[in-house]
Design a protein. Sequence first.
Length: 360
Amino acid sequence: MFFNIFNIICCIGFVTFVSRTSGFVSINPSKNIQKSTKIQTYINPWSDLSSKNRDNRIEQIQKIQTTIQKKISGFKKIIRTENIVPTFLLSITSGFIMMPNIVKLFKSTPFIVSVVITLLIMTNSMIINDLFDMKIDKINTPMRPLITGELTKEEAFGISAAFMIITEILSMRFLNAHSQKVVDIANIVILLYTPIFKRFLFVKNLVCSGLISFATIFPALCIGNTNGNFQLLMVLFRMILFGSISLEMLYDIKDADGDLRNDIYTIPNTYGNHFTYQVVYTLLTFGILVNMLYLTCMYNFKYGIVFLFLQSPLLTRLTNVKNSVFNKKSIKKYGLQTTETLVVTLIYLCFLAFLYKNRF
């Protein structure tokens, strides 16, 4: 009991001592508050200023994060990431046609490098087009990153230059002399397309679709496999050529207003939408029928009919575009839907390449 009383007295004395020195507990509250304030001021006289600095730092960090997100978003838009997967699938398909062995295909360094170069050139062409077409995009596509300010012209130019330098370094390091020349020509074409080729009627469509279709078979040609099915590769080339040129003309209808204000002469601006539709329908039908006949001669009539069946939705959807009076949304929807048809047809061509891999 004595020790309990002694402990209580010691605790009371300790609490009293602490209250007299630090101001946590006090008999006189007013004096305690005054002492507490003085001690707090003495311990941290810059507390208000430190709080402001902390808020400023948080605000600066948030601004940096917002800027980075904005730049990443602008980068994705300017390279048109939606085109990367179709381009990649086209490159893989062309390689598989020439070397229908997926293990050997991905062990081929020239093939892998050529696929990377193809993707860089295609995305770089989008950047260069945006740099030259800012006046047109203000009318046709005002949400492009250079128009909205998500990216500056200097940043876009820097990205474009970096892509071009990388393609040249990769080609010199891993590809043969003939393939290097192809890369050089492709880089020159994407530089000259918008300021020169785009100004000429129909030439713009032919150059653009030719570049896309040749880029498709470029990785296959870099493999150097002379035992591959070159005729089937040409079927793929023609399919992309006629499909791309048809799509380019439809996009000319969609962008007619901006092209007309900037003196870009296109088939829709010169001859009208209905004439353009007839040309598109004729070219697309011709390309499908020619490939069907080639597949019939290479294999048999059934394989040609299957190709016709897989490609026929393109013609049906094209009719829907006409029925919508060439509405911009319907044209954009048509462009997106062509990817579905493309993927299914690519799978079919890969099947034929694998089925008849020892025939050619």
